[in-house]
Design a protein around this ligand. Structure first.
Ligand code: BES
Ligand code: MN
Ligand code: ZN
Length: 487
């Protein structure tokens, strides 16, 4: 999909030659002297249209208007949520008419957030997965022009950032949607290497022998039941000075989670192909970074493997030794995410990071706690928590902080190792975070549990691309503080 930003008054928009003109009407709409204003005023007076979010009115070949089709779309106050529900009402008709090009006309220039919610919602609603169907399936919408009354340098930047963000979100969706036989650990490694075509990105992909040398006994124990060899992906984005401490992102890359010997029930097990949603979000963020080129350093770590039952698979009760030296009693082989992440968290120490954020479809308990609206967020420092919360708000990719009290660690006591990999059912998202916390003592650390937010079920079943938006906003907010010169 191609995006373009234009400065265009409503009068000029009347004369724009395009197939489909979509005019956004907010509660603050004030009619001008142009044909579009005349038409919309008439419709409002006749009570055929209101600015309420999701209200729509279509007109064809109207006098003084060059576009063959005009759609007025209500967006209430124009909040991100208003825009999302407005566009959600419009998208089915865009799909049905196989619209290829459209011009979105906003009657006020708004701000960066307005641009972001418009383009992200539109891209999200029209996204089509088309990799494993026999006949090509793709989205019909090819060209989106966003027309604002005036375009400042700040809005131009916001537009470019948003487009880069959309590219990242779509890359994350693509990989999370792919079936596990089309998204193996090796294929994820190749996808990461492809990102390194960009000059600012380098990539190294480690295999079983390298990982054994590093002593990642916990990660290896999860992979040992699968015929697919594991991969440990190290991505580096360097936009800042060599000496600037990086932020490290760690993405859970379980390309399929059967549960292992602690096998999951059959219904909906297919959805466990998205258990690499954290990894996909890291790939997405790097893709966006390569286009935005902020002056920061970021490292991406992805432990990737399958969790399978097998004669060689790790068994409940087995004790393994992590890279940190801590021994782990694996009481449930389905709690495998934390077993691969803990070794990646230890590996992260070598970068002397500013902060480490892991992103993981970690627990069903987090889905029970927060549903599909907010990701679970844990952080060792208040400042980091506030920044992540703010980044989520700014990106409309929400999260909510959950606690890390040491009392929750009680549940992880083992008689046979330093720690057990599961507690009871109570507070399952938190005990999982407390397990990871043991391996993240050497830097400020945050953990995002995206089990409920990276995927949506039902008829629109598929990946959401979350939390690429949140992560990007977090990283870019660091770039803007880093470039502010001290007084
Ligand atoms: N990948 C799952 C978590 C998950 C559940 C993600 C539902 C998305 C939707 C994870 O590996 C898992 O199986 N967790 C277990 C942990 C339990 C055994 C302590 C769970 O949540 O049931
Ligand atoms: Mn599992
Ligand atoms: Zn899992």
């Amino acid at each position: 999909m191609n995006f373009e930003l234009k400065a265009l008054s409503l009068a000029a928009a009347s004369k724009l030659r395009t197939d489909t003109l979509i005019v956004l009407i907010s509660d603050q709409f004030q009619a001008g002297q142009d044909p579009l204003s005349a038409l919309i005023s008439k419709a409002i007076k006749a009570k055929d249209f209101s600015s309420k979010s999701g209200q729509m009115l279509q007109a064809y070949a109207s006098p003084g208007i060059s576009a063959s089709k005009v759609i007025f779309l209500g967006i209430s106050k124009g909040t991100p949520q208003d825009i999302k529900s407005g566009l959600n009402a419009l998208i089915p008709s865009l799909k049905a008419s196989e619209t290829q090009a459209l011009c979105l006309v906003s009657t006020d220039s708004g701000n960066a957030q307005r641009i972001q919610s418009l383009l992200v919602s539109l891209a999200d609603g029209t996204y089509v997965y088309g990799t494993t169907q026999s006949k090509p399936v793709s989205r019909s919408l090819r060209q989106v022009t966003l027309a604002l009354p005036s375009v400042t340098a700040a809005l131009e930047t916001a537009f470019k950032t948003t487009v880069a963000m959309i590219r990242g979100i779509e890359l994350a969706k693509e990989w999370a949607n792919r079936p596990a036989n089309h998204a193996t650990p090796s294929m994820l490694g190749k996808a990461a290497q492809a990102l390194a075509k960009s000059a600012a990105i380098s990539c190294e992909v480690l295999g079983p022998k390298d990982v054994a040398k590093l002593g990642m006994g916990s990660f290896m124990s999860v992979a040992q039941g699968s015929a697919e060899p594991l991969r440990f992906i190290v991505l580096k984005y360097q936009g800042g000075a060599k000496t600037d401490a990086p932020t490290v992102l760690v993405g859970k890359g379980i390309t399929f989670d059967t549960g292992g010997i602690s096998l999951k029930p059959a219904p909906e097990m297919d959805e466990m192909k998205y258990d690499m949603g954290g990894a996909a979000s890291v790939l997405g963020v790097f893709h966006s970074l390569s286009q935005i080129k902020p002056k920061i350093n970021v490292v991406g770590l992805i432990p990737a493997c399958e969790n399978m039952p097998d004669g060689l698979a790790v068994k409940p009760g087995d004790v393994v030794t992590s890279m940190s030296g801590q021994t782990i009693e694996i009481l449930n082989t389905d709690a495998e995410g934390r077993l691969i992440l803990c070794d990646a968290l230890t590996y992260a120490e070598r970068f002397k990071p500013k902060a480490v954020i892991d992103i993981a479809t970690l627990t069903g308990a987090c889905v029970i706690a927060l549903g599909a609206v907010r990701s679970g967020m844990f952080a060792t420092e208040d400042d980091l928590a506030h920044r992540l919360q703010q980044a989520g708000d700014d990106a409309n990719d929400l999260c909510w902080r959950l606690p890390l009290d040491d009392a929750y660690s009680e549940a992880l006591k083992s008689n046979f190792a330093d720690v057990a990999n599961v507690g009871g059912r109570a507070g399952g998202a938190i005990t999982a975070a407390k397990f990871l916390h043991r391996f993240a003592k050497k830097y400020p650390w945050a953990h995002l549990d995206i089990a409920g937010t990276a995927w949506k079920g039902g008829a629109a079943k598929g990946a959401t691309g979350r939390p690429v938006g949140l992560l990007l906003h977090y990283l870019l907010s660091q770039a803007s503080t880093a470039t502010k010169s001290p007084k």
